[in-house]
Write a protein that binds this ligand. Sequence first.
Ligand code: SAM
Ligand code: SF4
Length: 328
Amino acid sequence: MKQLIDSYNRKHTYLRISVTDRCNLRCNYCMPHGGIQLKKRSEMLTFDEIEQLSRLFASMGINKIRLTGGEPLVRKDLPELVQRLANIPGIRTLGMTTNGVLLKSFAHQLKQARLTNLNISLDTLRPSRFEMISGKQHFNDVIDGIYAALDAGIQLLKLNVVVMGGINDDELLDFVEFVQDKPINIRFIEYMPFKFNQWNHAKFVSFRRMMETISEKYKLEPVQSTDEHYVAKDYWISGLLGKISFITSISDHFCGTCNRIRLTADGSIKSCLFHSAEINLRSALRNGTPDDVISEMIQSAITAKPFGHPAAEELAQIENRSMIQIGG
Ligand code: SAM
Ligand code: SF4
């Protein structure tokens, strides 16, 4: 079997697929202030094309897929795609990241379609703040979505919280308390800079500062992961059903063990979130290019993958797609 190994000997086993650049929220740390130029529907990969590429990736050693966006649940018939990907031999983990707004209607279908991991993004437990961050009044829908996901019994549930200084960094303890009685892994994420995403130093809260705040009230016990590619720093708190993790992409990056590759909704391979180079596979797919040639295109994207990303100040300036157009 061909394997996706880059110039630094990193083996790639994890594919993130963005299924749309559309979204029903406008989170100000993700969606650029002036909005984005949406791709035409004809430019989006169809479910057949996503499945075909996923099979090819699986034949090259990918064993984990995560669907993202934009908001994946605004893509029509998304559970059908989940089911099709779950049937691909070699795919052991199939996850999705959602803002949760539409989750109440979809949670059970997603479980039935054999989604194994679900990350729900929620940056505040206060309705008025939710509207300030996301531009919409969907707080209650997201909370309903979280309970629906718990009820559906999806294997692994995580809550993504982007921590921003002066915006929601006073809610760390509230989030810890939120998972006191819920089997949910809270992931406090460092705010990553992109051009036009309103990042600045004052809004950046490092994982050490988050730890200090939580440690004022709780004892955080480190949990060692056995997965060499695992990116989170995990902790237990005695008496808490949920787990607490930190994603330290900026203050302590994990590029050295990166095993991820991204496929955008319009069919481009991005070897790194912060690297603007892309190889578009859509025309090749639509021209009937043989699989072995498409595999070579994928391999060349991997070969060109940089070792790591530059410092935060530089990331805030570089030309790149915005997060909503890549898929986090
Ligand atoms: N719409 C879905 C959602 O919000 O979960 C999926 C797409 S979103 C781009 C994926 C994840 O990226 C979300 O958890 C979001 O909070 C995170 N994200 C977006 N912009 C970010 C940034 N600048 N820094 C850190 N995380 C970010
Ligand atoms: Fe939409 Fe997710 Fe970006 Fe928020 S973080 S704007 S929900 S894609």
